[in-house]
Design a protein around this ligand. Sequence first.
Ligand SMILES: Cc1cc2nc3c(=O)[nH]c(=O)nc-3n(C[C@H](O)[C@H](O)[C@H](O)COP(=O)(O)OP(=O)(O)OC[C@H]3O[C@@H](n4cnc5c(N)ncnc54)[C@H](O)[C@@H]3O)c2cc1C
Ligand code: SF4
Length: 343
Amino acid sequence: MNSFTYTRTDAVDTAVRERASDQTAKFVAGGTNLIDLMKENVERPTRLIDITRLPLAAISDTINGGLRLGALATNADTAYNEQVSQRYPLLSQAILAGASPQLRNMATDGGNLLQRTRCYYFYDTATPCNKREPGSGCSAINGYNRIHAILGTSEPGRIGEPSCIATHPSDMCVALAALEAVVRVKGSAGERTIPFADFHRLPGDTPHIDNTLEPGELITSIDLPARGFPEFHTYLKLRDRASYAFALVSVAVGLEMDRSDGSGNTITTARIALGGVAHKPWRKPEAETLLVGKPATKENFQAAAELLLAGAQGFGHNTFKIELAKRAIIRALGQAAKLEPTA
Ligand SMILES: Cc1cc2nc3c(=O)[nH]c(=O)nc-3n(C[C@H](O)[C@H](O)[C@H](O)COP(=O)(O)OP(=O)(O)OC[C@H]3O[C@@H](n4cnc5c(N)ncnc54)[C@H](O)[C@@H]3O)c2cc1C
Ligand code: SF4
């Protein structure tokens, strides 16, 4: 049994100050991930700072035409918000593809970004895991790795095994990556913003660090830019069960199309992000650029898929994901361009 203290505050500055004064404290929001990890003895905070009463649950317009999602807006309130579902339907789709209605009612947007991997060994304290206990080894590389990463596990020129092949499990984050959201944070050193592409990190030699937050920083909001791809978009999630399962592979696509030219089918902007394949939502800007100015055809989608999966590496049980991801990208691009129906 690990004992911990519990405090609750309704002021952002107090929460940040309390957290800064205690390196072993953790914020708790919906608790749907943190409390599970505490029960499994994976997370052992000595103090919980309940942030659910902070005034950070609003969803409001930003001055540059975008939308600000308060960090404490629940996943359900976000997905069903009229502005989100009309202007950023890709995000609503991705959130509603995750978890269950009950969980989405509790889970917050800030917490979703910081949920930890679903690697079985990370949860099993009887096994070595570099993410849970740095330097202890990775049980997944030569173990059962069906749900694990195929991209971003090895740095170019690196010798030896990767340190960690875990994936980031969020659906919401895959859509936020495609939308190029910005994360706003506040810490004892003040406020700053982090572009979504820089928020989560690859494992490198420090797989215990999931993201680029400084210790004690509080996420205050997630800002969506004006461009929301309301017309041409899709979130395709492939998983072992039709609901209540994490993605084996998922694809978020946002397109802008010029229907006025001769072909009536030209892509003018493309965003593609993959989930279930890496330690962070996976993007490759070259694959998006490749599609710009080109017609929406299977051949062009295939070329983008090949680029996105360049350098992919399987570890046995998860090698099937390389081909699965390519096919999912081609299908998702077809759905977003309205060349094939959304399932
Ligand atoms: C059975 C099950 C199935 C699930 N299926 C899916 C799925 O299919 N797809 C999917 O995407 N997700 C899924 N989830 C995960 C779920 O979406 C996350 O657990 C949830 O989003 C976490 O949000 P929370 O508010 O409960 O976070 P908490 O558990 O309260 O916190 C998680 C972490 O974030 C930190 N934190 C929370 N808020 C802030 C903040 N504002 N600033 C700084 N730190 C903060 C906490 O300290 C903690 O470290 C599933 C969860 C469960 C239990
Ligand atoms: S993949 Fe990462 S989280 Fe899983 S056992 Fe290996 S080091 Fe731990």
